[in-house]
Design a protein around this ligand. Structure first.
Ligand code: HEC
Length: 265
């Protein structure tokens, strides 16, 4: 469970809750006041004496018979351990009751968390939230992957995992027409700087996505996921200048990328 104030609505809700607590406190005060006034009236009518609320008495109840520091001499025991003396003071009830509450709490905690296992321990809580985060990241990445198009496609030549994925897709789907090393057979040589449909990551992605059906290059967008099309496009660009054996003669035009771009290496 997360408690975050993200929106104005959340903030208004918090303010509302605080206001409601304030109103509740006011109501309690009014009820107490009415109660004491009624008692006072009854006492007045019946001629009995009315006992005012006595703070001192109430205070005594919580602090108990604890002897205050200035009167400590009276409760000093006659034990004397090398000058260290012992006091025989009572524990104040507020403290004692808190202590009992902690004992009850610990039993309840033990039962709930360790015996009945009704709630996760902090370690498990950590695991659960990590798992949740992992799923969120996965969902985000999947969504990102599907969002890739010829404009947002990125050059990931340093990403060896992506290149390896691109190679396996190439081997399975493209090698038949472009050669095992991209040297070209039915399809053109993909390792030179000459392109029929433009070089660079955006153009290559576009050709893969839409294909050139009339020339025998399939449109892959319905069979290969956008992220995978990005990977295979990067794999193809990683073959630039590799000069495989039996390379098909260059086709198309020399594609020069802007000097500061690494699209073709
Ligand atoms: C059935 C054969 C065939 C398959 C399979 C095939 N291609 Fe092609 N590909 C071609 C042909 C033919 C062309 C040339 C189209 C033209 O002449 O316009 C081409 C062109 C291309 C081009 C453009 C080259 C340029 O010079 O602009 C790219 C990039 C490309 N293919 C990538 C791929 C990828 C990636 C795959 C696998 C996912 C693939 N191809 C699978 C036949 C194929």
């Amino acid at each position: 469970m997360e408690y975050k104030i993200n929106t104005i609505e959340d903030l208004l809700l918090v303010i509302l809750v605080i206001l409601m607590i304030g109103v509740a406190l006011m109501l309690i005060f009014v009820i107490l006041q009415t109660n004491s006034t009624t008692k006072r009236l009854i006492a007045y009518k019946t001629g009995q004496t009315y006992e005012e609320f006595d703070f001192g008495k109430w205070w005594k109840k919580i602090t108990g018979t604890t002897v205050s520091v200035k009167d400590e001499k009276e409760i000093l025991l006659d034990h004397d351990y090398d000058g260290i003396k012992e006091l025989d003071n009572h524990l104040p009830p507020w403290w004692l009751n808190l202590f009992y509450i902690t004992i009850i709490f610990s039993v309840a905690y033990l039962l709930i968390f360790h015996v009945w296992k009704k709630a996760p321990l902090s370690g498990e809580e950590y695991e659960i939230s990590m798992e949740k985060a992992r799923k969120e990241v996965e969902a985000y990445q999947a969504q990102q992957g599907n969002a890739i198009d010829e404009n947002s496609v990125s050059l990931t030549l340093e990403d060896t995992k992506a290149l390896a994925n691109g190679k396996s897709i190439f081997d399975a789907n493209c090698a038949a027409c472009h050669g095992a090393n991209g040297e070209g057979t039915v399809g053109p040589n993909l390792t030179d700087e000459y392109w029929l449909h433009g070089g660079g990551i955006n153009n290559v992605f576009k050709t893969i996505k839409y294909g050139v059906p009339e020339k025998g290059m399939i449109s892959w967008q319905s069979t290969i996921k956008p992220k995978d099309m990005q990977d295979v496009a990067n794999y193809i660009l990683s073959l630039q200048g590799s000069k495989p054996a039996n390379g098909k003669a260059p086709e198309g035009e020399l594609f020069v990328v802007a000097a500061d771009s690494t699209a073709q290496q």
